[in-house]
Design a binder for this molecule. Structure first.
Ligand code: INI
Length: 156
């Protein structure tokens, strides 16, 4: 039996991040968590590219453009969708989730989903460096893990 486990080693890896400006009190913390963790894991600062977009609904399009360049090994999508008083929240969540899942499943490179969808600002803050960790940092580790798994699959 062959078993594959990803290892976390960012040396030589080129990573793109797309981060939404909407709810930037939260998304700036996700970005900080992602960049800090990538660097801790061995990714060179020059190998990290960050694209800022207006809101969650614009993330997938920019992720797709970055994927098409062939210049990135992996991509991270960061955003925060927080429930307001209208159904807009639902549409933004559904659109963003569906498009990013498609980008990762069908695009050239893996895409990590670091878009928080929460009821309150407090829940989002908890997940952006607060008591429930930092989703951006998790995405940084996860992208390196999946890249390692894919490399090992190619070598079978
Ligand atoms: N964008 C977000 O990133 N988070 C939100 O919570 C949000 N809400 O609730 O409206 C949001 N809306 C903006 C949207 O993503 C687009 O940027 C905008 O509609 C322009 O296309």
């Amino acid at each position: 039996m062959k078993e594959i486990n990803g290892i976390i080693n960012g040396q030589g890896k080129k990573i793109g991040i797309v981060v939404a400006e909407f709810n930037d009190v939260v998304t700036s913390k996700l970005l900080n968590g992602a960049v800090t963790q990538l660097k801790k894991s061995g990714v060179a600062e020059d190998d990290i590219t960050v694209a800022h977009v207006p809101g969650a609904l614009e993330i997938a399009r920019t992720i797709n453009r970055m994927a098409e360049t062939g210049k990135f090994d992996g991509l991270i999508a960061l955003g925060a969708v927080i429930r307001g008083e209208t159904s807009h929240f639902t549409y933004v969540c559904q659109g963003t989730t569906r498009e990013l899942a498609a980008a990762s499943a069908q695009g050239k490179v893996p895409v990590m989903f670091g878009v928080l969808t929460t009821e309150t600002v407090a829940q989002a803050t908890d997940r952006a460096g607060g008591k429930s960790g930092n989703k951006g940092a998790e995405c940084a580790t996860d992208i390196l893990e999946i890249l390692s798994v894919e490399e090992q699959i190619k070598q079978l």
